[in-house]
Design a binder for this molecule. Sequence first.
Ligand SMILES: Cc1cc2nc3c(=O)[nH]c(=O)nc-3n(C[C@H](O)[C@H](O)[C@H](O)COP(=O)(O)OP(=O)(O)OC[C@H]3O[C@@H](n4cnc5c(N)ncnc54)[C@H](O)[C@@H]3O)c2cc1C
Ligand SMILES: *[C@@H]1O[C@H](CO)[C@@H](O)[C@H](O)[C@H]1NC(C)=O
Ligand SMILES: *[C@@H]1O[C@H](CO)[C@@H](O)[C@H](O)[C@H]1NC(C)=O
Ligand SMILES: *[C@@H]1O[C@H](CO)[C@@H](O)[C@H](O)[C@H]1NC(C)=O
Ligand SMILES: *[C@@H]1O[C@H](CO)[C@@H](O)[C@H](O)[C@H]1NC(C)=O
Ligand SMILES: *[C@@H]1O[C@H](CO)[C@@H](O)[C@H](O)[C@H]1NC(C)=O
Ligand SMILES: *[C@@H]1O[C@H](CO)[C@@H](O)[C@H](O)[C@H]1NC(C)=O
Ligand SMILES: *[C@@H]1O[C@H](CO)[C@@H](O)[C@H](O)[C@H]1NC(C)=O
Ligand SMILES: CC(=O)N[C@H]1CO[C@H](CO)[C@@H](O)[C@@H]1O
Length: 582
Amino acid sequence: MAWRFGARIGRLRPIKYGLGSGLGGGFGARRLIQTESKQVGSSSGSAGKKQNKNNNGLLITVGVATGSIFGFYFAMKQTLANPPEFIFPHSSKTDLNDIPSPNYANYIEFQLAKEKFIEILGQDSVSELENDIETHTKNNYTLHEPKPHEKPQLILYPTSTEQVSDIMKIAHDYQTPIIPFCGGTSIEGQYISSRQPCVIIDLSKINQIKHFNKSDLDITVGAGTSWLDINEYLDEYGLMLGPDPAPGALIGGMIGTSCSGTNAMRYGTMKESVINLTVVLADGSIIKTKQRAKKTSNGYNLTNLFIGSEGTLGIVTEATLKLHIKPKFETIAVVSFNSILDATNAVTQLISEGVQLNAVELLDERMMSCINFSKQTSKVWDEKPTLFFKIGSNNSKILNELIKDVQKISKNHNYYKFQFAKNESQQQELWSARKSIFWSSIDYGRSQISPNVKIWSTDVAVPISNLSSMIEETIKDTKETGLYTTIVGHVGDGNFHCLVMYDEKDVDKAMSLVNRITERSIKFEGTVSGEHGIGMSKRSHLEKELGIETIQVMRKLKLSLDPLRILNPDKIFKIDPKDNHD
Ligand SMILES: Cc1cc2nc3c(=O)[nH]c(=O)nc-3n(C[C@H](O)[C@H](O)[C@H](O)COP(=O)(O)OP(=O)(O)OC[C@H]3O[C@@H](n4cnc5c(N)ncnc54)[C@H](O)[C@@H]3O)c2cc1C
Ligand SMILES: *[C@@H]1O[C@H](CO)[C@@H](O)[C@H](O)[C@H]1NC(C)=O
Ligand SMILES: *[C@@H]1O[C@H](CO)[C@@H](O)[C@H](O)[C@H]1NC(C)=O
Ligand SMILES: *[C@@H]1O[C@H](CO)[C@@H](O)[C@H](O)[C@H]1NC(C)=O
Ligand SMILES: *[C@@H]1O[C@H](CO)[C@@H](O)[C@H](O)[C@H]1NC(C)=O
Ligand SMILES: *[C@@H]1O[C@H](CO)[C@@H](O)[C@H](O)[C@H]1NC(C)=O
Ligand SMILES: *[C@@H]1O[C@H](CO)[C@@H](O)[C@H](O)[C@H]1NC(C)=O
Ligand SMILES: *[C@@H]1O[C@H](CO)[C@@H](O)[C@H](O)[C@H]1NC(C)=O
Ligand SMILES: CC(=O)N[C@H]1CO[C@H](CO)[C@@H](O)[C@@H]1O
């Protein structure tokens, strides 16, 4: 009997608080005592009841006494466990409801922190200017808009890893929320100042090319370096970076969102492009994730952990990146089809037959007609689903063979028209359509839908064999809503964006369409975000994709690296049970 009590008490629901020392530790310890005494009491009580049925007074007393002794014993054992539960929770996961709300700097503490920031950086690198605040609140493409009060109070401009480390030490001491910021081109609400007070660290001044090693095909740069500047620097060596997101994006932010772009099919995403990193952690420690060797079997891949973590785990200050040799010969082929299904089936066949392509972009007929409409390109286009191919090789004969392969397979799928560029200027002309999609869509929307048209872009990715069905169902769905939508897809990666255009009065209809498209990707064994990330827009979708337990493991990692929850709070998943944003 007593043994059974013991066993039950020993398996009491563990106390999962314990966010480390300070705020969390104190809180956890209080809870521990409360819960334990309550549980011990109730266990003994129910045992007493059972014995009562046997109508044996002595047994009851013995039962209760043994219960209390064992209860006490196991409570002590919990407390003395190694490490004690109130210092470090024993569970492998962290449930949102098992943690208290974070506790951030009050007004006075924030003023003290601000003085210290100025001491470290100098007055010139600590900005409170209206214009600076605005440009670090959102961009013109943001899908998930901040609320009017969600603005940073300070923008800091450090120039070295050491300064970032000093800033984090202060932020840690005063529990000040910090958001790392690079180009500010992310669109899913990745740098919303959801907590007050809030400080943005703008890394754009850490922008040196530190070391270029041509023979190893790697380059070490500051987090604030522009990918376009790196490509310009590498041009004379015939080298390039893989990822190509928005022109304004900088390396640190590209790592933050694990971005890609049109070249990802051939060269991989940011996840495949980083060799090693210098990272400043929440408490100000500086780490290097590994050495420069490309191949390694050296334990946890911390480089990978930081890529796509949206500034929630650490601040990247320097990165060593992989470089690619530009193909000596590259051309553009543009192939239109009678149906979108023919186009996607052609892509599936090209990929399954291993035809080496550098990029495959799909524009649907509505996108083509927006381009036609807006006259952003010198050429007039067939208003049909169209594939844009980048095909490259270091050998012109091989290039010609590849073009023939693309033509042959497109023919199997009844192409409508096949064109390829024979010289540089034709290449630019053909690719210009792909480049103009965003402005063409806006132009069309403003003139045909509403002068205040809004555009929300979905970002799903599915396994390539499911792409045709995914797009087909999506188009059927969009047509039924009556909303105007265009599609641009990095279809070689199974990733496509459906741009939903709407007037403010149709916002509910538009959002429910966006939600259906996003969640449809899960049915097709895909993801709710192929390249734009989660931010605050897609947290609930991510939970549906991965399941609550996987999110709890992410939260556990977050709390182990950033126990005070000061690094970019509220992004990717919730860290506060009182967070009411959907
Ligand atoms: C017109 C347009 C086209 C786009 N096209 C593409 C595309 O083709 N492919 C694509 O993948 N994306 C695209 N994007 C999205 C965007 O360009 C990418 O997400 C890009 O990677 C963001 O980089 P950034 O420097 O602007 O990051 P920011 O917006 O500054 O930051 C992004 C995230 O990273 C975090 N962060 C910033 N700096 C650091 C750091 N040093 N350390 C740790 N975390 C950090 C931030 O806190 C934030 O959560 C496009 C956006 C626009 C507006
Ligand atoms: C947003 O658009 C407005 C008006 O077109 C422009 O003045 C402003 O500079 C843009 N902001 C950013 C951050 O690009
Ligand atoms: C590349 O790295 C190797 C090893 O660190 C070094 O010997 C060589 O000098 C470097 N080359 C350049 C161009 O920096
Ligand atoms: C570790 O992660 C990096 C970044 O995503 C990736 O490039 C590299 O291939 C990974 N390394 C290993 C050994 O898995
Ligand atoms: C990557 O590792 C090399 C040592 O092999 C180091 O010199 C370099 O600074 C590291 N890169 C970063 C960004 O930390
Ligand atoms: C493309 O647009 C032009 C001008 O808007 C229009 O005249 C033409 O019919 C369109 N082309 C096709 C093939 O639809
Ligand atoms: C490219 O080719 C087209 C068609 O063959 C020709 O009209 C044009 O003049 C060429 N342009 C250049 C710069 O050679
Ligand atoms: C996705 O494709 C696989 C084949 O790779 C297929 O078995 C599965 O049924 C498809 N999923 C859906 C929802 O159609
Ligand atoms: C020397 C060299 O890089 N050769 C490559 C040229 O491209 C073909 C295919 O595109 C490769 O197989 C060669 O290795």
